[in-house]
Design a protein around this ligand. Structure first.
Ligand code: HEC
Ligand code: HEC
Ligand code: HEC
Ligand code: HEC
Length: 165
């Protein structure tokens, strides 16, 4: 009788303990591996050391490089939520992993920059491997922000090289 109780009540605890130990042992490894692979947005300034020509031209001529200013100028009278709607197009990677969070937390991502067209650059910067950055920028990428509604309102359609560098 005693032995039966022992089997039923003690063994599950023993298994549970083993399981917890396993989880604790392997969790740090798996999360570490994921973190290493994870791409994120770095900001246009981080591209400057290796692509100075594109950087200077973009900073000098593209309005994107000052797109946060447009939101700042117009935010009077808007609610917090309405301002956050602007972030989807006027900042870099808002709502995406490793993207803009707030001007205080991620100041380097507050303007729409290189990576809105070329994709997040962390792995490309670390490896200097062109395989990890988007070279073939397509009009689909532009249309994420230059949506039909806006195109009609501004009577202008983006062409692939305009507004880049
Ligand atoms: C540490 C240096 C370095 C940094 C920083 C860097 N790149 Fe590069 N990039 C390279 C090298 C090297 C190549 C490949 C050689 C080449 O084509 O000029 C390259 C190529 C590219 C290409 C062309 C890809 C192709 O298929 O030919 C693009 C687009 C690009 N980089 C964008 C960026 C963007 C955007 C950033 C910032 C987020 C950035 N790079 C930051 C070194 C860098
Ligand atoms: C769907 C993407 C999108 C959203 C959301 C968005 N914008 Fe824009 N905004 C653009 C684009 C694209 C342009 C460039 C002009 C164009 O459409 O041709 C622009 C241009 C502007 C300009 C400059 C207009 C000019 O001609 O000088 C201001 C100011 C502006 N936006 C403010 C805002 C504010 C404030 C919000 C939030 C209430 C907002 N935008 C939300 C995409 C967006
Ligand atoms: C509005 C979109 C857009 C933005 C913003 C943009 N690019 Fe590009 N980029 C392009 C397009 C389009 C190409 C041409 C790709 C092709 O040849 O098919 C390109 C090509 C490149 C190339 C390959 C060499 C060349 O000039 O063709 C590099 C390097 C590059 N971009 C870096 C950058 C950097 C650095 C920034 C920010 C300072 C940036 N880009 C911002 C759209 C953009
Ligand atoms: C993440 C959203 C986003 C994407 C993606 C995007 N744009 Fe824009 N673009 C903007 C915003 C926002 C502005 C307006 C900036 C301002 O005036 O505040 C703008 C402005 C422009 C302008 C106005 C002129 C200038 O010099 O800045 C052109 C042209 C343009 N974009 C072309 C393109 C093209 C071509 C692509 C795709 C290759 C593209 N954009 C992708 C958000 C985007």
């Amino acid at each position: 009788m005693n032995k039966k109780i022992h089997n039923i009540y003690v063994r599950p605890w023993w298994f549970a303990l083993c399981l917890c130990l396993l989880v604790f042992l392997f969790f740090p490894f798996s999360s570490f591996a994921e973190e290493k692979k994870e791409n994120r947005y770095m900001g246009s300034d981080s591209c400057k050391p290796c692509h100075e020509t594109q950087y200077i031209s973009f900073k000098s001529y593209a309005r994107k490089s000052r797109s946060f200013e447009s939101v700042r100028k117009m935010k009077k009278g808007l609610t917090e939520d309405e301002i956050k709607e602007c972030y989807a197009c006027h900042t870099m990677g808002y709502g995406k992993p490793g993207g803009f969070i707030s001007p205080e937390k991620t100041p380097e991502l507050k303007n729409a920059g290189c990576e809105v067209c070329h994709g997040p650059g962390k792995i490309h910067i670390e490896t200097e491997d062109p395989a990890y950055i988007i070279r073939n920028v397509t009009i689909n990428i532009c249309q994420g922000c230059h949506i039909e509604e806006r195109v009609q309102a501004f009577r202008y359609k983006p062409i692939i090289y305009a507004g880049s560098h």
